[in-house]
Design a protein around this ligand. Structure first.
Ligand code: GTP
Ligand code: SPV
Ligand code: MN
Length: 623
């Protein structure tokens, strides 16, 4: 076995661990990732030589590459994902659990000799700015050059990270091997008590970029539970008003439900004259903690975007389109013979001589044997691009302290039921709203598309411990924090009888955010409904947007009968979550049921206003 470059550290704990893993996986070579451009370029060249990545047109897409994953390896595999802790109770009802010892033993049998003939890359990475007290260090060992190149975009990597680690043992031990990509032997294993992650037999995004969902959500949520903070599947964005005030909001939507799009929002024409600017802090993950000022502050632990391609275009998300013009890796989209790429509902027409995500010749309207239309790009095809390339990137991304959060928003993809926006009555009611979130399943994970499933806090696949304990932790957070942000729920995806979206979405969502911010200041028109405060039909600034009164009424409609059914379904869901369910959350369900009874109608404008006229938080001035 040859070792390339310096070993980069004299940390014995790091070295011993790497020796042990190398002895098991038996790579031919070990290469340390230093984080410099020269090495990255060499890795790109090498991967291009082997065909693992294909360089795109250097003029149209400088330093961009194309990659296809194995056809049976195109999304996170939740059924192969496990929390391996000593006490099964700590994994809770929603996680798959394995006994740690058994999990290690089984995976070791798949990993044994899995890197023979391959290079093992050693990737020291920091989630969060290097050296920030809120950051976490990991080291990923992988036999995938594609993973190494992606990690260089998604996280801060290299020598500086090891310098920050010093001789400490406080790092997450991440081991990944593609092995033979055998789906039956695929395992994504989390050992929160050992600060360890093992991933084997996959080469797809969330399964293998171990800093992302595995560390920054599953392990970090466990750490946050122990240490008194929150690791959340949330975007973070800043809304700058003409006065220069920037308010920051964090929003949790399930996978492929609009986080990246909202995080990069471009104000619509009609609102532009108001002079808003949007600052993108993060599009997928937020680490949130109470600070000495009594507020919640958040950092984005990532340094890049791993965003959904289909549906991304210059109209829906111009900032994303600008971000991915260079230094980007495209996975599972359409490839043209001119070195350009394309996806459904993207910009322009498909290129000539197109190959689909499987590598087959493809043209628009191509049908399979049964007459079904074949998509060129996989529905979960993705771009990996550096955050700093985003025109709306906030410079606070590099700030050790992050940003103060004024509002928390939950949301999902619901054709029916959930109105465009509503506000929680209290922190605990907000926790209930998070706990009872539901969404239609998307292509981001295997399973039946479109089926409505409960996805509490958009964390169902990502909460690294007992979800009922997680609810309790959220309840406690509300008590700990002196000025907790207000909590809201949004739904951009409500449809009319013809199956068309009622709300135009994307940039227009700023109209809703404007109301949200007004509410955090005790302003904004609202009526009290059984489910929370609803905006009045004329509460939004609709300058430049034509929407019929009927459509607005439908968007804000709350139907008692439907919500009673929803309450029953939420109750059934809670019953599956085990004995740790906090009484506060159960009480909120009972309170909702009561408010839904006839005679309990709380449709009273004045009451709504006064009850939000509480303490007003002065916005923090942040450029
Ligand atoms: P993950 O990266 O999987 O966590 O997804 P995400 O939550 O970041 O979702 P993303 O922003 O990539 O959006 C996923 C899909 O939803 C894309 O096809 C978007 O075009 C679509 N979408 C996003 N925002 C809106 C919206 O406001 N309205 C409608 N109708 N569709 C939207
Ligand atoms: C998600 O599915 O929520 C993603 C993509 O952000 S992945 O990294 O695959 O988890
Ligand atoms: Mn995500």
């Amino acid at each position: 076995m040859t070792i390339c470059g310096d070993t980069l550290t004299s940390n014995r704990i790091v070295k011993n661990w790497i020796d042990e893993m190398a002895a098991m996986c038996q790579p031919d070579r070990i290469e340390w990732i230093e984080g410099c451009d020269d090495q990255r370029d060499m890795l790109r060249d090498e991967a291009a030589r082997t065909g693992e990545i294909i360089p795109l047109d250097p003029v149209k897409y400088p330093n961009c590459y194309y990659h296809r994953t194995h056809p049976l390896d195109v999304a996170r595999t939740e059924d192969k994902t496990f929390i391996c802790c000593r006490n099964e109770k700590n994994a809770g009802a929603t996680n798959n659990w394995k006994d740690p010892e058994e999990a290690y033993l089984e995976a070791a049998s798949f990993l044994h000799g899995s890197m023979r003939g391959r290079t093992m890359y050693v990737i020291p990475f920091s989630m969060g700015p290097i050296g920030s007290p809120f950051s976490k260090i990991g080291i990923e060992l992988t036999d995938s050059i594609y993973v190494a190149l992606n990690m260089m975009i998604m996280t801060r990597v290299g020598r500086e990270v090891l310098d920050a680690l010093g001789s400490s043992a406080d790092f997450t031990r991440c081991l990944h091997s593609k092995a033979g990509l055998d789906p039956d032997k695929r395992r994504i294993l989390h050992f929160p008590e050992d600060n360890t992650i093992w991933s084997v037999n996959s080469g797809y995004g969330g399964n293998v970029l171990l800093g992302k969902k595995c560390l920054a959500l599953r392990l970090a949520s466990w750490m946050a539970w122990q240490e008194g903070w929150l690791a959340e599947h949330m975007l973070i964005l800043g809304i700058e008003e003409p006065t220069g005030y920037v308010d920051y909001i964090a929003a949790a939507f399930p996978s492929a439900c609009g986080k990246t799009n909202l995080a990069m929002l471009v104000p619509p024409e009609g609102l532009k004259s108001k002079g808003y600017r949007i600052w993108t802090v993060g599009d997928d993950i937020a680490w949130i903690r109470p600070d000495t000022d009594g507020r919640l502050w958040a950092i984005n632990p990532e340094a890049g975007f791993f965003g959904v391609c289909p549906g991304t275009n210059s109209r829906t998300n111009p900032n994303a389109m600008a971000t991915l013009q260079k230094n980007t890796i495209f996975t599972n989209v359409v490839l043209g013979n001119d070195g350009t790429i394309w996806w459904e509902e993207g910009d322009g027409d498909p290129p000539a001589g197109a190959l689909d995500w499987l590598g087959n010749p493809w043209h628009t309207g191509k049908k399979d044997a049964k007459g079904g239309v074949i998509a060129g790009a996989h529905a979960n095809s993705r771009f990996t691009a550096p955050l700093r390339q985003c025109p709306s990137a906030s410079h606070r991304v590099e700030h050790h302290h992050g940003v103060p959060i004024s509002a928390i928003i939950f949301g999902g993809r619901r054709e029916r039921l959930a109105p465009l926006v509503y506000e929680a009555l209290s922190w605990n009611h907000g926790v209930f709203i998070g706990a009872s979130m539901a969404s239609e399943r998307t292509a981001a994970q295997y399973g039946t598309q479109g089926e409505v499933r409960r996805d509490p806090f958009a964390m169902l696949p990502f909460c690294g411990y007992n979800i009922a304990e997680y609810f309790k932790h959220w309840i406690k957070m509300g008590r700990t924090v002196k000025h907790p942000p207000k909590i809201f729920h949004v739904n951009w995806f409500r449809k009319d009888a013809d199956g068309k979206f009622l709300w135009p979405g994307y940039g227009e969502n700023l109209r809703v955010l404007e109301w949200v911010l007004q509410r955090t200041r005790g302003e904004g028109d609202a009526v009290l409904s059984p489910i929370g405060y609803l905006p009045t039909p004329d509460a939004f600034d609709m300058t430049g947007l034509i929407l019929s009164k009927a459509a607005m009424a439908k968007l804000l409609e709350v139907t008692g009968e439907d919500w009673k059914q929803e309450a029953n379904s939420v109750g059934e869901f809670f019953d599956t979550l085990g004995p740790c369910m906090p009484w506060e959350v159960r009480n909120e369900l009972e309170a909702l049921r009561r408010r839904l009874e006839p005679g309990e109608n709380t449709d009273n404008h004045e009451q709504a206003r006064t009850s939000t006229d509480k303490e007003r938080i002065t916005p923090t001035i942040l450029p």
